[in-house]
Design a protein around this ligand. Structure first.
Ligand SMILES: Cc1cc2nc3c(=O)[nH]c(=O)nc-3n(C[C@H](O)[C@H](O)[C@H](O)COP(=O)(O)O)c2cc1C
Length: 188
């Protein structure tokens, strides 16, 4: 299996960086090929909705680092979105990448894939991740992709907050179980 990890945090050593590392280790230990892009470190522009891609065989008008991601996006069996919660959704950095799926949307919707979600947020309330989970599930439904596992690390403002919890182990297990059918929230 090929696992594509797309992260959205600007913090290289932050909460979700730790969880992304664990997903990666778990997936590799289970024999998967892992490719990871830290979107905040890349030059990726937002979709400008020009529809150039629709008239040009899926080629985006923009010349930026998405060119590195597209080949892996098309060939990945499993995609794992890893993001801190920013105002109840994914970060703008990661959303830029997701919006740029648009240029290859027709192909993506016809290609079986699994999408998983790993997120961290400061709030402890269960509803703090509701909007993000709904978004994630809606993307799966629209793309015709299988819903993968979710690890939702609530009560995690900083990396230190998750270091001594079960969340890193859960992220590792999510990576190891890439491609297997999940049971629900925070399972793997
Ligand atoms: C701009 C911004 C918006 C945030 N919005 C939320 C939020 O809506 N809910 C929440 O619980 N935490 C929120 N947080 C806290 C982060 O989700 C939390 O600190 C997370 O652990 C950061 O992950 P990182 O270190 O991987 O970047 C926000 C943080 C920032 C900087």
């Amino acid at each position: 299996m090929k696992v594509l990890i797309l992260t959205g945090s600007p913090h290289l050593q932050g909460t979700t960086a730790l969880l992304a590392d664990e997903v990666s280790v778990g997936a590799q230990e289970a024999g998967n090929e892992v490719v990871r892009f830290d979107s905040a470190q890349l030059d990726i522009h937002p979709c400008i909705g020009c529809f150039h891609c629709r008239k040009n065989d899926g080629r985006c008008v923009q010349d930026d680092d998405m060119i590195q991601i597209y080949p892996h996006l098309l060939t990945a069996d499993v995609i794992v979105l890893v993001t801190p919660v920013y105002y109840f959704g994914m970060t703008a950095q990661l959303k830029r990448v997701v919006d740029r799926f648009f240029s290859v949307n027709p192909i993506l919707r016809e290609t079986p894939k699994q999408l998983s979600l790993v997120a961290a947020c400061g709030d402890k309330d269960e509803w703090a991740t509701d909007a993000l989970v709904t978004h994630f599930r809606t993307i799966c439904r629209y793309m015709n992709w299988r819903e993968g596992g979710m690890v939702l690390a609530r009560g995690a403002y900083t990396r230190k907050d998750v270091e001594d919890t079960d969340y890193p182990m859960m992220a590792r297990s999510l990576g190891a179980g890439s491609g297997t059918r999940p049971k629900g929230e925070n399972n793997f």
